[in-house]
Write a protein that binds this ligand. Structure first.
Ligand SMILES: Cc1ncc(COP(=O)(O)O)c(C=O)c1O
Length: 385
């Protein structure tokens, strides 16, 4: 759609702004596409719910065949358990101070798996296992690309940790990794190499554990870019992508999806005009968009988000150039002044997120829409830790 057409859209929508807009048809298509791809590669999905933090989205994942899930906080674990999800992996290295909460969740019926990546953490879990009479299920985190955390697949500490855990009655389920380095790729060859490397490193670590007598049945990988670009996952048992349900501008920059696949956006309203530079002011600042600048590193720098009309058509060249807490400044990418009369006070615009998890986290829930029409459904999100 042309920018001129957008101008006429002083929409009569009543949804208060700023609001998190979720396009149901795009969400469903993203789920279908990733699940079909991984199913064809013979891998079970354990979707990461940190992106959506919503039981309504999780229900769509269940309907698509997912049976177990990943979470990034114990608040998510409590919330999803309360809504009937009973098999969850808490995929952040365990803090000793959280082990009592983990035991309580397991006693409440949750099949909880925790992760750790050091001999010290294994010792802390073994001690808590004795203290709470609790046989924790554990995945050992492998560092596949030097990006964040984990054992090297050939580290002596990997075997030591597994030994400490099993001696205390805990269950070493296997290994997991997150190929965070894939986010730095600039082309599909790099992404395929990252996917192969993620597989090879985790499979090697699991085989090493098996050689030392541990069953290690689970080999868990996970990131949206590597899951999307994987072509052979031999030896891997499950994948944990999360961002794919919504997609975002970082994923567009990586070549994982197109702009038309992004399922969430922030509905905002023009609240003023900066006549000098020819810019718009909208009621969506970093509190509504997040301050994430992830797209700057990849492909095209999208500022704090790309701008669409209410129907979701991208307005060529328009981006959020600057944010304050509740104000966003929209400008043309090349600095040319915008024609203000096309965007009168009250004109509604939608802003695509750099990083879906970060933008969604600024909101209490989703206004579920069918393209430009609010269905009236509101899906709450879980918050806190
Ligand atoms: C441990 C772990 N697993 C899976 C994921 C999902 O990756 P993505 O956000 O690329 O879908 C993440 C993301 O941070 C993660 O930390």
């Amino acid at each position: 759609m042309s920018n001129a057409a957008a101008a006429s859209q002083t929409s009569d929508l009543t949804t208060p702004t700023p609001a998190l807009w979720l396009e149901l048809n795009r969400l469903e298509a993203n789920i279908r596409s990733m699940h079909g791809h991984l199913h064809a590669l013979g891998v079970t999905l354990r979707p990461h719910l940190k992106t959506c933090k919503s039981i309504d989205v999780a229900r769509l994942l269940l309907a698509a065949g997912a049976e177990r899930f990943t979470v990034s906080t114990l608040a998510e674990a409590r919330y999803f358990l309360a809504h009937g999800l009973t098999d969850l992996l808490y995929a952040v290295g365990i803090a000793p101070g959280k082990l009592a909460q983990c035991s309580a969740l397991m006693q409440a019926g949750l099949k909880l798996t925790i992760t750790l990546d050091s001999a010290a953490a294994a010792k802390a879990v073994a001690e808590a296992a004795n203290r709470h009479a609790c046989h924790y299920r554990v995945l050992l985190e492998i560092d596949c690309d030097g990006e964040r955390a984990g054992f090297a697949p050939d580290a002596a500490a990997l075997i030591d940790a597994a030994t400490t855990l099993e001696k205390s009655g805990c269950h070493v389920e296997g290994v997991m990794t997150h190929a965070g380095g894939s986010y730095h790729c600039h082309d599909s060859d790099c992404l395929q190499r990252a996917a192969d490397n993620e597989r090879d490193m985790t499979v090697a670590a699991a085989e090493r554990l098996r050689k030392h007598g541990f069953a290690a049945p689970v080999v868990s990988i996970g990131s949206t870019p590597t899951a999307a670009f994987a072509h052979d996952l031999s030896g891997v048992t499950e994948a944990r992508p999360g961002t794919y349900v919504f997609q975002d501008l970082v994923m567009v920059g990586l070549g994982v999806c197109g702009l038309d696949d992004i399922a969430i956006s922030v509905l905002s309203e023009v609240i003023g005009h900066r006549a000098g530079p020819g810019e718009l002011v909208v009621d969506a600042g970093w509190m509504a968009l997040s301050a994430d600048r992830g797209s700057a590193e990849r492909g095209l720098d999208c500022g704090y988000g790309l701008v669409c009309d209410v129907a979701g058509n991208v307005l060529e060249g328009l981006l959020v150039k600057h944010v304050n807490q509740e104000h966003g400044v929209i400008a043309h990418r090349d600095g040319r002044p915008l024609e203000m009369h096309k965007y009168p006070l009250g004109c509604r615009l939608r802003i695509l997120p750099n990083h879906a998890c970060a933008t969604a986290a600024q909101h209490a829930g989703y206004h579920v829409c069918d393209s430009s029409v609010d269905t009236g459904m509101y899906w709450e999100r879980c918050t806190g830790w």
